[in-house]
Design a protein around this ligand. Sequence first.
Ligand code: BGC
Length: 522
Amino acid sequence: MAGGAVVSATGGKDYPGKLTMFVFLTCIVAATGGLIFGYDIGISGGVTSMDPFLKKFFPSVYRKEKEDTSTNQYCKFDSQLLTTFTSSLYLAALIASFFASTVTRLFGRKWSMFGGGLVFLVGAALNGAAENVAMLIFGRILLGIGVGFANQSVPVYLSEMAPARLRGMLNMCFQLMITIGILCANLINYGSDKIKAGWGWRLSLALAAVPAAIITLGSLFLPDTPNSLIDRGYDEAALQMLRRIRGTDDINEEYNDLVVASEESKKIQHPWANILKRKYRPQLTMAIAIPFFQQLTGINVIEFYAPVLFKTIGFGNNSSLLSAVIIGLVNVLCTLVSIFTVDKLGRRKLFLQGGTQMFICQVIVGTLIAIKFGTSGEGDMPKTYAAFVVVFICIYVAGFAWSWGPLGWLVPSEIFPLEIRSAGQAINVSVNMLFTFAIAQAFLSMLCHLKFGLFYFFAGWVVIMTIFIAFLLPETKNVPIEEMVVVWKRHWFWGKFIADEDIHVSGKAVEISNGKPKGAGV
Ligand code: BGC
């Protein structure tokens, strides 16, 4: 295709160029930033269920667990101290993402990834060698800083490198790496738990250094995105990079659009103050609502506490860890489904289908548990019955894996104009971390108090978020990232927040008819 951009059948502009090997490889390397996040999500639940670890760092929790003779299944593991270990990392990540936003904007996306990987590496070493709780917690804080930097920069990097029509697929490699990280951690816990000498937990924690080394070294070889190069004044380098990543010389139209976006962004001195302007209200709403809802699906109850949950419904130690591995596998495989369909089906269809599936499964799981344990929490679950529960949990995880999981990172990274992109992504990461923290902290006592109703609680939220998507999220597939404003302008509700003169695409104000821009958008 020659002669610049065309308006594609599905809406947005289609720039010339193909998916080059170069862009594919850089995206894979950058996506490995997701491994450190995933590894951490998967590792802490298993480690905190290992006796030698509890004895060394949390002896009171260990004693309580051993002495507990109550028959109430719902309250067996309720301990604030233990959840603090898991959740402290997310608070550190929350704060770090704000610093990361400045580094990402001023120095480029790759240095945020490099810095994140390096700090995570030190944290992993400290954790593996921990002799006391202080070393353990300090290590966790460093891990959190690493995750904050990586989650802030990687999704934006991927969305900027990718050609618009494959942005969903490439961006979702980040989520794929998260799920691979979780699965590896589940497998490692399964193995290290068997180490008789009692240092298995050290192995589990220290092996976090492997994914950290991958992203730290990998990021050194990554080029910066054309968007970021232009924004930092390296126009010539950006032009060459664009040619290289698109595999064609016919990049003038896209280049010009990037320059326009950058010029717009230069007018903005304070992204943090600007993001509050009325014209950014749709994006700001999404940057808060999407990560909030993603966590209110209840996914991390499964991710962090699957082994504990399975012990609760009567599984032995080993089969609990094994069930966690099975769930991890389902998570990886079903993320692939999303990767291969998101740019064809679009974001909305996946959100709506996945939400419905999660809702049905949560109601079924809640009911199955209610039938056996009632409100008293007393009773036994036969093996085949418990296996049924695991099957529905797997179908629930499948629904998450092709909807809210990957889309929770994709959509916020592709909707912001350049001038507020780093700040917007920092909000997305920090809201995500805040609610990951809150759920991790609250789950065990919520289970103790809400009992089986916990599953109905999350099911209720899934209904709300699905309605939210149905009415308020426009389709963003195939729309070039620097043209996204047009999509908001055409939306029945969000259009009201954007004035006609706020729309600048291709160096000139887009023609507006009947209050709607012509040409691009969906
Ligand atoms: C979420 C995590 C979650 C993971 C599960 C990610 O998108 O942000 O909180 O644990 O998916 O796969």
